[in-house]
Unconditional design. Structure first.
Length: 330
């Protein structure tokens, strides 16, 4: 059955999978609006035409059918695809779910770091081959020097957790900021080349942008410390995939933990799948897999919906020029 407009109230389309009590709270926060729930069936064209707000991540085609749209609340932290010219009119307010994903993704990053440091991925491969074999020496997190490139919510929580395990943490940010308690020092992207040779672990938690695309090219992978590992949970475009394969196959890098790849999905025939030192997950470190993540996303949606209904300024505003969250929003 098609989801259609039920009365003359302005429409809010909820594409995120809100259920039961969550729907009730959202409707209570904005009583002057009609809600169309994306999970309840196909949404009629007239609903899109009359929508003033969307909760979730609409497609470019859906956005073209929304002439009255005033606000999009993404369910993701990444907003880069909505910042491209022509996708979303500049007069439409864009907010994201930054702050909801750091817990889940940083734990994923710690788990992958531990797997690579303790060679658990190799032992799993051995188990699948019924092979009883000692894979040799392993390393300790307590002596690791960790370089976190992108010290936002995700990178910051990873840095904090690694510090708690005894690692020495250096953070890299796009603009200057004070050194957090868990980090020994801070740098900017301009400092990356001089910091790469010092790091045992290089962790990328970056959005897609012109300055991050191709950041870890063959030259920079070559600058990394021999035997270091690379983690990427931001966007696959930050890493030259073929150059990374070369660095792993040559033994220059001992491992890579990739929740994102370029291209994505990674084609079945790609050699990266067959490199023992690579741990690949299909962009699942965030998503709605952990309840705490979903609770955070719902909380942001609920707060911003109440603000929107009252005409107040919204939180988690996205800077269209950078794709990052604006620093000063009330």
């Amino acid at each position: 059955m098609m989801n259609t407009q039920s009365d003359t109230k302005p429409i809010i389309i909820a594409l995120l999978p809100f259920q039961g009590e969550e729907r009730e709270k959202l409707m209570q926060a904005a009583p002057g609006y009609t809600f169309i729930w994306g999970g309840d069936g196909e949404i009629a064209p007239e609903a899109w035409e009359n929508a003033v707000a969307i909760l979730g991540n609409p497609t470019p085609a859906q956005l073209k059918g929304c002439p009255q749209l005033r606000w999009v609340q993404l369910g993701s932290a990444g907003a880069d695809s909505y910042c491209k010219p022509g996708v979303l009119p500049l007069e439409v307010t864009l907010t994201n779910a930054t702050g909801s994903y750091g817990h889940a993704i940083s734990e994923h990053m710690v788990a992958v770091t531990m797997m690579l440091y303790k060679k658990l991925h190799l032992y799993r491969d051995n188990q699948n081959a019924s092979l009883w074999r000692d894979e040799g020496k392993v390393r300790s997190i307590s002596t690791a020097r960790v370089l976190v490139v992108g010290l936002g919510d995700i990178g910051g929580q990873y840095g904090m957790r690694m510090h708690q395990l005894g690692a020495s943490v250096t953070g890299i940010t796009r603009t200057p900021r004070s050194t957090p308690a868990y980090a020994e020092k801070m740098g900017l992207l301009a400092d990356l080349d001089q910091l790469l040779p010092e790091a045992d672990v290089v962790a990328l938690a970056l959005p897609n942008s012109p300055e991050t695309t191709g950041l870890m090219n063959a030259r920079r992978l070559g600058l990394m410390k021999p035997g270091a590992i690379l983690l990427n949970v931001g966007r696959g475009s930050a890493v030259d995939t073929e150059a990374l394969c070369d660095a792993l196959e040559s033994g220059h890098l001992s491992g890579a933990g990739l929740d994102v790849t370029d291209p994505e999905p990674l084609p079945k025939e790609h050699r990266l799948w067959r490199i023992p030192g690579a741990i690949i997950t299909p962009h699942i470190s965030g998503g709605f897999h952990m309840q705490e993540t979903w609770d955070g996303i719902f909380g942001i949606c609920l707060e911003n919906l109440g603000r929107f209904a009252k005409g107040d300024s919204l939180t988690c505003l996205v800077d269209r020029n950078t794709g990052y969250q604006q620093k000063h929003n009330s």
